[in-house]
Design a protein around this ligand. Structure first.
Ligand SMILES: Nc1ncnc2c1ncn2[C@@H]1O[C@H](COP(=O)(O)OP(=O)(O)OP(=O)(O)O)[C@@H](O)[C@H]1O
Ligand SMILES: [Mg+2]
Length: 345
């Protein structure tokens, strides 16, 4: 097949940012947490080539639509998280819909909803899928948190890769919460969410396939013992991008997670239900945390899961796939197979 990989490289994001926000304030340090590295892009392209396909890469910028229309590939392998705005992850899928091109992964609606953690949780609530209690606070809105249960965590509603989730995002009382909420609104200029903090074990679960072929990959447990002393037990921006380095990697993940049969089944059930009600296609990573009673709660979904190629980079989707016997090439080609079957290509 002729396949195009669409991506948002760190370099591309930099250029787009300069072009659009030339008079912008200083770029926040965590702004580029989401961009793909050249290494990831090359690895995805090499994996697709190893599957016997012809492959081209396209940056998800202003010219992407025109280029896709010129090439008219048999399939678009989409990993582009886009540049800005609440619908950035929907950009390439929407272009593909417009051009009538098949693409991997979820549709624009699902990607947009999953990027909005609060909207996602509203849907999960509707289907009685457990997710921590929460409240959304809009810029300029007056709020009173005296009846909210603490500790809690404050996060921007539409970010990923732990942008906006720092060690000090966990708050113990309404006063601390107010300060953090105001700070977050000032920085990201978007609504914030305050959510009940669940102190139980945390897992991230890779799941892929469609219809009857949905498979939950081995569960990844997140272990906080290796975090610096006094750090909150969360997988924060610091834990993801500062404390974990290739030279001194944090021993933060365990896959397969040490779980009893029943615990594993409970998590898998919640993850499968979530995948279905959110109408995910092909693949996704779902973050889960246990409450005091050991009931798995959904924190959020990542329908464009990170896929850093180096095992030392601790990227969880590839890690789970590897544990199941799929190396990087096999993983990428399996996603292509899922999309192909779905479209009947
Ligand atoms: N309600 C909560 N209770 C306990 N811990 C939480 C809660 N919400 C978030 N966390 C912690 O913060 C981390 C980051 O939160 P979340 O997954 O919502 O952010 P993200 O930036 O979208 O992450 P990702 O990199 O997975 O896209 C979680 O992995 C978890 O450790
Ligand atoms: Mg997460």
């Amino acid at each position: 097949m002729k396949i195009v990989v669409t991506y948002s490289s760190k370099q591309g994001l930099h250029e787009e940012f300069k072009k659009r926000f030339h008079h912008a304030r200083e770029i926040p340090a965590d702004f580029f947490a989401e961009g793909d590295s050249i290494e990831t892009i090359n690895s995805v392209m090499a994996a697709i080539r190893s599957g016997g396909h012809e492959v081209t890469g396209i940056e998800a910028d202003d010219t992407a639509s025109e280029k896709l229309d010129q090439i008219r590939p048999d399939l678009v392998f989409n990993v582009a998280e886009g540049l800005f705005g609440d619908f950035r992850e929907s950009y390439i899928p929407l272009v593909c819909e417009r051009l009538g091109l098949p693409y991997t992964g979820s549709d624009p609606l699902t990607l947009a909803i999953c990027l909005n953690k609060a909207r996602t949780k509203e849907i999960l609530n509707y289907y009685s899928i457990p997710t921590p209690t929460f409240r959304v606070i809009h810029p300029y809105q007056k709020f009173d948190l005296s009846d909210f249960s603490f500790p809690a965590i404050v996060k921007p509603i539409a970010e990923g890769s732990s942008k906006g989730i720092f060690d000090d995002s966990v708050v113990d009382d309404p006063k601390q919460a107010k300060k953090k909420i105001e700070e977050s609104i000032a920085k990201y200029n978007e609504p914030v969410m305050i959510e009940k903090f669940l102190d139980g074990d945390e897992f991230t679960v890779a799941i892929w396939g469609n219809g009857k072929d949905v498979e939950v990959l081995p569960i990844v447990a997140i272990n906080y013992d290796d975090l610096p002393e006094g750090a909150r037990h969360i997988y924060s921006y610091e834990a993801k991008w500062i404390w974990d380095t290739p030279e001194k990697p944090l021993e933060i993940f365990k896959c397969p997670a040490p779980l009893t049969y029943l615990q594993q089944r409970n998590i898998e059930d919640v993850v499968r239900d979530t995948y279905r009600v959110m109408t995910i296609r092909d693949w996704c990573r779902i973050d889960i945390r246990m409450d005091e009673q050991g009931i798995p709660h959904v924190l959020e979904l990542n329908p464009l899961p990170g896929i850093l190629p180096n095992p030392e980079d601790n990227s969880c989707f590839p890690k789970a796939a590897r544990t199941k016997g799929y190396n990087y090439e096999a993983m990428v080609n399996k996603v292509i197979e899922f999309a192909r079957t779905r479209y009947g290509i």
